[in-house]
Design a protein around this ligand. Structure first.
Ligand SMILES: NC(=O)c1ccc[n+]([C@@H]2O[C@H](COP(=O)([O-])OP(=O)(O)OC[C@H]3O[C@@H](n4cnc5c(N)ncnc54)[C@H](O)[C@@H]3O)[C@@H](O)[C@H]2O)c1
Length: 305
């Protein structure tokens, strides 16, 4: 199979591209290195196309593809340019779908738990979107575009994956947008580190999912026949106090939480996926619980640094 991975020099895209290649597929990565980095693709031997998805000639690069895994996006949620966010994340996605449908190419795209905002929990695919920030709104727009094309082209294959809070190898180039789990591991590698800052009182809880599970969900989506949108989470919310406790335990540290006021205007304090639909229809169930995921990640980072 020939697979195209947009955003393949980024965190999730690179993990996916490397696994697809390891499974023997021909893989082409498209990325403009906005937040991605070639270092994420160490060991990758497929083609790399440095291009902006807003301007790309899809036919030239992906005309003979069997599937497109669309992960390219502006992922820094603090970028204040709403138009840019919509343009890159949503409008270029519509152009991609127009092309893929004509060519009968399967599209698996990254949506987000940010579409749910502070909506009811556990979060179900069918509940009303309630994004708190422009980034979330751009992902709702992507889902709306997907739904429009799914209704118009019943034979098309368009699968949306609403990733929850992803952590794991190859996220360092995301900087301040990387997971707090990553940022805390790096901080705690410093022998002088005694405290870890978190919003009062550490009880915000997110559905943290290990990137290897995200890759598995994409592979399940490849086998799925038809079109739909699925949550990709573990179904469990874990508090930041608990994350610190796990890190202390696994790193042999004793860092204390330092509680600070939440300085963000809007904050999605809690997420938890309802995994029923993904388990039943996509046949996806997360295999890495938070403790094992963090353990595997610490081992990876130990080798890297
Ligand atoms: N990491 C998470 O927790 C999470 C959660 C939900 C959804 N997602 C979604 O998953 C996808 C991948 O996110 P990630 O965490 O790997 O972030 P990332 O920033 O590492 O990856 C995004 C990639 O897209 C590339 N890109 C940005 N604009 C581009 C453009 N105009 N043309 C071509 N490439 C462009 C970047 O250079 C980067 O490599 C995104 O769509 C994101 O919205 C991520």
């Amino acid at each position: 199979m020939k697979a195209v991975v947009t955003g393949g020099a980024g965190f999730i895209g690179s993990n996916l591209a490397l696994e697809l290649e390891a499974q023997g597929h021909e893989v082409v990565v498209i990325d403009n290195l906005f937040s991605g980095n070639m270092a994420n693709l160490e060991g990758f031997s497929g083609d790399f196309v440095n291009a902006d998805i807003r301007e790309i000639n899809w036919n030239e690069i992906a005309g003979d593809a069997d599937a497109i895994f669309h992960n390219a996006a502006i992922t820094d949620t603090t970028i204040p340019d709403k138009e840019l966010m919509m343009d890159v994340n949503a409008h270029s996605f519509e152009k991609l779908l127009e092309f893929a449908i004509k060519k009968n190419i399967k599209v698996i795209y990254a949506s987000s738990a940010a579409t749910y905002g502070s909506g009811k929990m556990p979060m179900e695919e069918s509940q009303k979107p309630a994004p708190l920030i422009d980034y979330g709104a751009s992902k709702v727009e992507m889902d709306n575009i997907a739904k429009k094309y799914i209704a118009k082209y019943p034979d098309a294959e368009i699968i949306g994956l609403r990733y929850f809070n992803v952590f794991g190898p190859r996220e360092k180039f995301k900087g301040k947008s990387s997971s707090l789990t990553y940022q805390w591991i790096i901080k705690m590698q410093d022998p002088e580190a005694k405290t870890i800052k978190m919003f009062k009182f550490g009880e915000h809880a997110r559905d943290h999912i290990y990137v290897k599970d995200i890759v598995s969900a994409n592979l399940k989506a490849l086998e799925f026949n038809g079109s739909d949108i699925f949550n990709v989470g573990t179904g469990i919310g874990t508090s930041y106090n608990r994350i610190l406790e796990i890190l202390n335990g696994q790193m042999g540290k004793n860092c204390r939480p330092e509680y600070i006021d939440c300085f963000l205007k809007t904050y999605q304090g809690f997420t938890q996926a309802d995994t029923t639909k993904a388990e039943k229809e996509l046949k996806f169930r997360a295999q890495w619980n938070i403790e094992r995921g963090i353990g595997d990640y610490i081992e990876f980072l130990g080798k890297e640094y």
